[in-house]
Design a binder for this molecule. Structure first.
Ligand code: NAG
Ligand code: NAG
Ligand code: NAG
Length: 506
């Protein structure tokens, strides 16, 4: 009885408050219709406002950016929820596209929109926002960011609730919670808080793994793979960061779909290190021997700056396709170095793993270049260039070449094709000019010469080897005009060109 009347009366109170709230909010929205919780900043007041805040989040946006428009109501909602949070969390935005704010965009190295930064201690510390883009997610993420970066573990219950056995957890063990080691640990915890969970304690016995009678400051990284925990005793901030980054990556990362594995895959692919990847059939009769040898080899070559991945060939079709490989080439060991060069060993035997990697490290393995076969006939007006004919037909040709890098599935490329045909026809009797196309999805292109961000990408390479992107309008007249202005002919001096013009910077 009591409880039902209590709940029905609380329902009435709630309903009453709801009505009052609705009325109040309709009044307030009538009186101050534009009340926004997100602060609008610009070059004139950015520094001043940031300096006044211990914790402020800044969205750099552009008025034309669709993702920014989707974010705006969520961001405002989060700002409204967080406006009453203790400690305070302020949300702000800057139109980084506006001419007068370009300096700010440069200062914060804004590359795309929206970019969200977290500024702490009046702007002294700048971090990337790596959280979700909807209101509840933003609120949760920022609450975590504004609280302590590392939590003290005082009881077995603290340890139980903080340490997740499926994740990496970094814990500092200190004789007392002070001193330079503790301060450095806290600085790093704050820096890496979006990527790892941190804790600290004066009692190592509370931790699930590792030596429990620790007497000197120690950082213990608990992880759900390999040796399950590692201790480290240097407290230089950079050394500590490197330790955490290195030891939180498995010796061999598995390429699979399991959600708990995804953070490790993300780290694997984001790492600047060279990547070794092996794909084989997990039903292979020698699979265990392969896995164990691969893990040994990974342990040996990790120190040479290689990170290792292992995937079942049956579940890795997209990866194989990316490298231009077929399933019957498995077991296949691939290395992709930090310049994007690929080295491939197909149908590798278990006892070749280590020697081949040693050859790779010694620079004895030649990079693999994906190429379609060189076409036997090539007599259409627009010439076909593949990776294996790029050198002969383009780089060594001494012609003025307009090269279209396209993909068969790309709609804008299909629209451009008849225009390029017409351009090519108009130069058919001009031996100094060639119009060519290159299927960038089935051929590797040297990225240091032809950077490709999307399809189609058009480059003009003059007979003396000067390469400029074509960014003009995709009409027959404009393209022909551009070629005529930029072409160099043997008899002319190479400096007499107008190649420098016409590039739009963001
Ligand atoms: C900063 O300056 C701009 C333009 O003068 C103004 O619209 C904005 O409200 C100011 N922001 C704050 C938080 O004072
Ligand atoms: C704390 O970090 C700073 C900066 O990396 C370093 O110079 C100092 O030696 C570190 N302190 C200790 C006790 O390792
Ligand atoms: C492309 O065409 C538009 C409209 O015809 C023109 O305004 C613009 O200047 C042209 N751009 C270039 C690079 O020629």
């Amino acid at each position: 009885m009591a409880s039902s009347s209590a709940s029905s009366s609380s329902f009435k109170v709630f309903f009453f408050l709801f009505c009052v709230f609705a009325i109040l909010s309709s009044i307030s929205s009538a009186t101050e219709a534009e009340k926004e919780h997100v602060l609008t900043l610009d070059h004139s007041n950015f520094s001043k406002v940031v300096a006044e805040h211990k914790f402020i989040v800044v969205e750099f946006y552009a008025p034309w950016c669709g993702h920014c428009k989707n974010l705006a109501p969520e961001y405002e909602k989060a700002a409204s929820v967080l406006s009453t949070h203790d400690p305070p969390v302020a949300l702000a935005k800057v139109d980084a596209n506006a001419e007068e704010n370009k300096g700010l965009a440069e200062q914060f190295e804004i590359q795309g929109f929206p970019t969200i930064k977290i500024l702490k201690n009046g702007g002294e510390v700048v971090q990337d926002y790596k959280g979700p883009r909807e209101a509840d997610g933003i609120v949760e993420y920022l609450k975590k960011q504004v609280g302590p970066a590392s939590f003290e573990i005082k009881t077995p219950e603290d340890a139980g609730s903080l340490i997740d056995d499926k994740k990496v957890f970094v814990v500092g063990i200190f004789p007392s919670l002070s001193g330079e080691e503790f301060v450095n640990f806290t600085i790093l915890a704050d820096k890496l808080r979006s990527d790892y969970d941190f804790g600290h304690t004066t009692n190592a016995q509370l931790l699930p793994r590792g030596e429990s009678s620790v007497t000197t400051p120690t950082v213990r990284l608990l992880k759900p793979f390999d040796e399950l925990f590692v201790d480290f005793q240097k407290f230089d901030v950079d050394a500590l960061e490197k330790f955490i980054e290195d030891s939180s990556l498995p010796v061999v990362t598995l390429f699979d779909q399991s959600p708990t594995n995804q953070p490790f895959l993300v780290k694997y692919f984001e790492s600047p290190n060279a990547k070794a990847m092996m794909f084989l059939d997990f039903g292979h009769e020698h699979i265990d021997a392969f896995k164990s040898k691969y893990t040994d080899v990974a342990g040996m070559y990790k120190v040479k700056g290689l990170n290792f991945l292992l995937g079942d060939v049956k579940a890795s079709q997209a990866a194989l396709q990316y490298f231009g490989l077929k399933e019957n080439q498995s077991p296949v060991l691939i290395v992709q170095n930090s310049n994007g060069l690929k080295f491939i060993n197909s149908n590798v035997e278990v006892d070749q793993l280590a020697p081949w990697l040693q050859d790779y490290v010694d620079g004895k393995v030649k990079p693999f270049i994906k190429s379609e076969p060189i076409p036997e006939t090539n007599d259409e007006p627009v010439k076909v260039v593949v990776a294996n004919s790029l050198k002969d037909m383009v780089l060594d040709s001494k012609k003025n070449i307009l090269l279209e890098i396209y993909a068969p599935w790309c709609g804008h490329c299909k629209k451009l094709a008849p225009i390029l045909d017409e351009v090519a026809v108009s130069f058919e009797n001009d031996a100094g000019v060639m119009i060519a196309k290159f299927d960038g999805s089935n051929n590797d292109i040297p990225s240091e010469t032809f950077e490709v961000q999307g399809y189609p990408t058009l480059y003009f390479r003059s007979s003396s080897g000067k390469v400029v992107p074509y960014e003009g309008n995709r009409t027959k007249e404009d393209i022909i005009d551009f070629i005529q202005k930029n072409r160099e002919d043997e008899t002319l001096t190479p400096t007499a060109t107008a190649a420098e013009s016409g590039k739009d910077e963001l």
